[in-house]
Design a protein around this ligand. Structure first.
Ligand code: MG
Length: 290
């Protein structure tokens, strides 16, 4: 299934996207639940409850406005740094310079605040050069947790995945490097485009898919999740050590090589730039920077 959150006639709804990606059929959710996007469906599934029935006719996706599938995630998004081999190489002298002591043992984990999530098609707002002139993109496969748990073993981890979506882990590089923690440089308002929808785990093998990114049509990133340094089961096992994961938790799995900071010279986003991310089996996430 592909589950989208969208606005139609001024009302937020959740629906099933057709296989051809052309239409969305609303699901029977009460308006308060629909405000939370796909999250109530994930919680219901984790509790063993069925998907609500569809209601009404299929709507053309062109006639609705997509919201992020999780418009306000239940808490901070978990994110993983330096998780593709080639990306680790391209940034070894900059953001990863303090993290090379024990690089192969534990992943870098940081978070983004839930309020920075925006939809496919929404504008990312540049904060202004006085706050940061170094805004960069990071195309990422995001895992959405279904059944929660604590101390989840690697061997069981895939059973805890509800589905997958795309995240652009937008980053203010100078702010990221200025502070001991990365959260500030990763959490500016609008800095987490998410979408276009969630694809359930039965329809996508997140461990074998392709992640690509273009800036104004120019190819910048092209990686495969087979190249992850810490694979998805390892990430779930690590993040759930001593910490309970809940239905709807999001884990952004890291970005392939090809970010702006890794270019010669480093090249950052400017007003009017359009970043498009495509992940095979999910779809496209596109946002303009203004
Ligand atoms: Mg990232």
């Amino acid at each position: 299934m592909r589950l989208a959150t969208f606005v139609h006639q001024g009302q937020r709804q959740v629906g099933l996207v057709s296989a051809d990606g052309q239409t969305v059929t609303p699901l029977a959710l009460n308006p308060a639940d629909a405000q939370r996007g796909v999250l109530p469906l994930i919680e219901a599934a984790a509790a063993g409850q069925p998907l609500p029935a569809t209601t009404g006719a299929a709507l053309k996706l062109a006639d609705v406005k997509l919201d992020a599938p999780l418009p306000l995630p239940r808490r901070n998004l978990w994110c993983v740094g330096r998780n593709y081999h080639e990306h680790a190489k391209e940034l070894q002298g900059s953001v990863f310079k303090n993290n090379n002591a024990n690089p192969a043992v534990w992943p870098i984990v940081f978070t983004k605040v839930p309020e920075c999530v925006i939809a496919d098609g929404a504008d990312v707002v540049l904060p202004g050069d006085d706050i940061s002139p170094q805004i960069d993109y990071e195309a990422e496969l995001a895992v959405v947790i279904g059944t929660g748990g604590k101390n989840i073993a690697k061997a069981d981890a895939m059973k805890h995945i509800y589905g997958y979506t795309i995240v652009n882990d937008v980053t203010a590089r100078d702010v990221q490097m200025r502070h001991q923690q990365w959260d500030m440089g990763k959490s500016f308002d609008t800095f987490c485009p998410m979408g276009p929808w969630i694809v359930t785990a039965d329809e996508l093998d997140g461990q074998h898919t392709r992640v690509r990114c273009w800036v104004n049509g120019e190819p910048r990133q092209d990686g495969r999740t087979e190249d992850l340094i810490f694979d998805i089961p390892t990430l779930i096992e690590t993040i759930s050590r001593g910490i309970t994961l809940y239905p709807g938790d999001v884990i952004a799995t890291g970005t392939p090589a090809g970010v702006g900071l890794g270019m010669t010279p480093p090249t950052f986003l400017k007003s009017g730039d359009v970043v498009r991310i495509e992940i095979d089996g999910i779809g496209t996430l596109q946002n303009r920077f203004v």
